[in-house]
Structures are given as C-alpha cells and as structure tokens.
Design a protein around this ligand. Structure first.
Ligand code: AR6
Length: 174
C-alpha cells in the first residue's frame, strides 16, 4: 500500500483508552490475563466482572501473543489482550517480542473484522520498555497492517507520550 495512504490511517490521542468508541481496544496484559494495574486494571474495571469470568477460562497468554474477548461494558466491541515483554536491557529479545505483540494483535483484529483499533503504549509502563523505541515498533507494525484498517489509533496517556508518537510518525511518514 502507498505509504502516504497508510500514514493517513494512523492517529494519535491522549486519554483513557477505555472511553474510546472504536471496534477494538488493545490491552497491555500480563501472562495470566487475570488483570493487573495500569491500562489492564482500567480495562477490567470499565469492562466489568464478566471480563474476568471469561479470561479465567482462557489459560493465559504467552508473551508476544494475543487473545480476544468481547468488550462487555466498554464502548469497544472487542478487547484484544496482548502481553508485551518486560524490559531487561534490550538484549533478551524484547524488540522482537514487542513487535510480535503488535503484529499478532493486528492479525487477530483483522480476523474479527475490526476496522478501527486503539493501542496503548504496550510495555512502556510497569514493564519499563523505553518509550521512543517502543513507539517506533508500534508505528512500523501499524503501517505494515494499515491496508486492513480504516483507522489505527495510538492512545497515549500523557501529552509527552503523545508527542513521542507524533515524532515517530513524522519520521516514518516523511
Ligand atoms: N488508557 C491508556 N493508556 C493507559 C491507561 C489508560 N486508561 N492507563 C495506563 N496507560 P502499563 P505494561 C498507559 O503499565 O508496561 C499491568 O499490571 C501507561 O501510561 O499499563 O505493558 C499488567 O497486568 C503506559 O504508557 O502496561 C501487566 O502486569 C501504558 O499504558 C503490566 O502492567 C502501558 O503501561 C504490563 O505492563
């Protein structure tokens, strides 16, 4: 697909991903899929207890893979749960695992017919992945998959994080 067309399908915003009216939101989960802090905690809280009832039956998720559930009480129809890597210095396969988390999430979303999807900054909170290289992987993978989507949204949680995404997009879309 033409790079500029792919770029035009990307968007960035700052705010709470649980409020977004998109077909799917992505959750930065852990291997248990049983909830936690950060965006995972916010998604479980907003989706309601039915989400945990369901994720208990899924048997967890290996790092780099993704699983899908309904959105329950979220505006989003689907939640794609993925598990990014814990940052251990960068030479323990972290970039590849983060890339796979994005790629598998986008693939699963595509299989569900999702047209609009929002990602949080996977692994960059509790898991400690440096923000700029993480954003670069996110944007690269989104551009590769953009022909399958109307809109791929990066939902930052601070203005500073939003500007990191904007810089990366500017760099990769020039
Ligand atoms: N909407 C959008 N982004 C958010 C929200 C929100 N409501 N809340 C936090 N963020 P983190 P990780 C941002 O720690 O690093 C959990 O306990 C946050 O500012 O949520 O992948 C899981 O159960 C940061 O930029 O996820 C795992 O154990 C980004 O989301 C572990 O944390 C990711 O931060 C996963 O760690």
């Amino acid at each position: 697909m033409d790079k500029q067309v792919a770029c035009s399908r990307l968007d960035v915003c700052t705010g709470d991903i649980t409020k977004l009216d998109v077909d799917a939101v992505v959750n930065a989960a852990n291997n248990t899929l049983l909830g936690g802090g950060g965006v995972d905690g916010a998604i479980h809280k907003a989706a309601g207890p039915e989400l945990l009832d369901l994720t208990r039956t899924l048997g967890g998720c290996p790092t780099g893979e993704a699983r899908v559930t309904p959105g329950f009480r979220l505006p989003a129809r689907w939640i794609i749960h993925t598990v990014g890597p814990v940052w251990r210095g960068g030479d323990q396969g972290e970039p590849d695992l983060l890339r796979r988390a994005y790629r598998n999430s986008l693939q699963l979303a595509r299989e569900k017919g999702v047209r609009t999807i929002a990602f949080p900054a996977i692994s960059t909170g509790v898991y400690g992945y440096p923000k700029a290289p993480a954003a670069r992987i996110a944007v690269e993978e989104a551009l590769l998959a953009a022909d399958n989507f109307e809109r791929i949204l990066f939902c930052a949680f601070s203005q500073g994080d939003e500007s990191i995404y904007r810089q990366v997009i500017e760099e990769l879309c020039k």
